[in-house]
Design a protein around this ligand. Structure first.
Ligand SMILES: [Zn+2]
Length: 103
């Protein structure tokens, strides 16, 4: 089970956006990378396709390696270690190691 899911709040631990936090917009199918709102913007050049097309440069979030982000606990309001537990019915839950809040 992945410890990071869509809509989680995460903090960036490395790279140019280190220290910032944002919401996970998507976890890429490979599972190793996530796209975080407002983080790791890259400029992308867009070609004009039509006469009235603006074209030019758009900025878009690029994926971030999952090992460079950390889940922010809703209760602690800081990045915390996440534990995964298997319940008796076989389902898995994630919880904050610090306050035991289920995330
Ligand atoms: Zn917590």
């Amino acid at each position: 089970m992945l410890k990071i899911k869509k809509n989680d709040m995460v903090k960036i631990l490395a790279g140019k956006d280190k220290g910032k936090s944002g919401k996970v917009l998507a976890v890429l199918p490979s599972g190793g990378r996530v796209i975080v709102q407002g983080i790791n913007f890259t400029k992308k050049h867009v070609k004009r396709r039509r006469q009235d097309d603006q074209g030019g440069i758009i900025e878009q979030e690029a994926s971030v390696n999952i090992s460079n982000v950390s889940v922010v606990c809703k209760r602690c309001s800081q990045s915390v270690r996440i534990s995964v537990d298997v319940l008796s019915d076989g389902s898995k839950v994630r919880y904050c190691k610090k306050c035991k809040e289920v995330l």
